[in-house]
Design a protein. Structure first.
Length: 108
């Protein structure tokens, strides 16, 4: 992927994060995209969300699952019933979009 393409995809991802953050009603302190080898993304208790550069190569539906997943961690820090019900409320078919790529998502 060229630098320009990578930059454009990164900006589109960040824009999508902003749209979902507004919809969910959360305010991440920082959103960054960096090289990550074990996870698609991470969320710190301080409100920083990091996305893997590998996510830029994935389809939009999967990107949205990862975005919503991390943004919801700003409201619910675990993967309990509340978290799963919120995932289902925002993205009813999220498990289909994941399609086997769940191993890099928060230790599922």
């Amino acid at each position: 992927m060229s630098r320009k393409t990578s930059f454009n995809k990164a900006m589109a991802l960040k824009e999508n994060v902003g749209k979902w953050a507004t919809r969910i009603g959360v305010h991440p302190n920082r959103v960054q995209i960096q090289r990550m080898t074990k996870k698609w993304a991470s969320c710190s208790t301080g409100g920083r969300i990091c996305f893997s550069t590998d996510l830029l190569k994935e389809d939009r539906a999967f990107q949205e699952v990862v975005i919503v997943h991390e943004l919801l961690h700003l409201r619910v820090p675990n993967h309990g019933k509340l978290f799963k019900s919120m995932m289902n409320a925002y993205l009813p078919h999220w498990e289909t979009a994941v399609n086997g790529r769940v191993t890099r998502m928060c230790g599922y």
